[in-house]
Design a protein around this ligand. Sequence first.
Ligand SMILES: NC(=O)c1ccc[n+]([C@@H]2O[C@H](COP(=O)([O-])OP(=O)(O)OC[C@H]3O[C@@H](n4cnc5c(N)ncnc54)[C@H](O)[C@@H]3O)[C@@H](O)[C@H]2O)c1
Length: 320
Amino acid sequence: MTELLILSRSDLEKVLTMKEVIEAVETAFKGLALGEVVMPMPYIIDVPKHNGVWGVKSALINTQDVVGVKLSSGYFENPSKYNLPSITGVVVVADSKHGIPLAVMDASIITAYRTGAVAGVAARYLARKDSEKAAIFGAGVQGRTQLLALAEVLRLETVNVYDVVQASAEKFASEMSAKTGIEVRISKSVEEALRDVDVVSTATPSRTPYIRLEMLSKGVHITTVGSDHKGKQELENRIYDAAKVVVDKREVALEKDYLKPHHIYAELGEVVAGIKPGRTSSEEITIMDSSGLGIQDAAAGLAAYSLAKKKKIGTVVEFF
Ligand SMILES: NC(=O)c1ccc[n+]([C@@H]2O[C@H](COP(=O)([O-])OP(=O)(O)OC[C@H]3O[C@@H](n4cnc5c(N)ncnc54)[C@H](O)[C@@H]3O)[C@@H](O)[C@H]2O)c1
């Protein structure tokens, strides 16, 4: 009998830790730089009729004999209009040695953790080691895991949170300060949130840049996850001219209008693999521009599958 493991959202919440996903994602980025990974370009199915979008991301990680494919949606009116999440979907993890599916799991938790993990890996190589103050823009699902990941790799003392919806920032502050033990302060403006901070994560679906160069402190590190594809932008163009910009994958990043080849210093995997140095001065502004890659889904999906098997969590179905 061949078994297929089904992992629901609550199963994943029981098995995944940010620490393990950061390790898995860091290894996957290194593998990407070293040519151990096959990753087709992601593709998008637009659903303008319902103001939504579907994305398909996939990768083969040869060193681990695993294929991961994610089908996930982005419907950003869902929370306010229908009390439904903005992002849902499934991740399939399969054994690439025999070509057999191993697990099907909720994509929203995998996405949140693997997207947070990029901020963690990037902060490890690009933020100043003495970073203590963070700012999070967008008090939604990704904003939460951005903070979890930053707290995992840095010794944070305070976090400013800014959201266009004040009630969301308030909920974030009470929930995340209890979860992390870090003081979370609600900011009333973008400027206030950025004042004297060392690390920033932007996790909003904004189509209009809202962070300007003058608002940034010297030596700040910023991870942008909200502007994950064409049409979205959170930092103004001048910031990309002034900063050291690291992307997850050149071809994917260059689909965005605000990034040109001359802006891109390195891919994250090149920095992790030591092919290019990360931060080299305490004064430079560094940016990790994340689009979200199939390797992150495959690596986080495999980590979830392995941990769930070990902890005997999930529903096993007879596949064939
Ligand atoms: N790079 C990646 O790998 C990746 C992965 C997942 C999601 N994303 C992107 O991240 C963004 C956030 O996703 P989410 O799942 O957290 O959504 P969400 O709906 O849970 O949260 C988004 C939050 O941003 C707030 N917001 C919107 N515009 C804002 C603005 N201009 N300034 C401040 N706050 C603002 C909203 O009020 C909301 O609280 C989306 O653009 C999504 O597509 C990227």
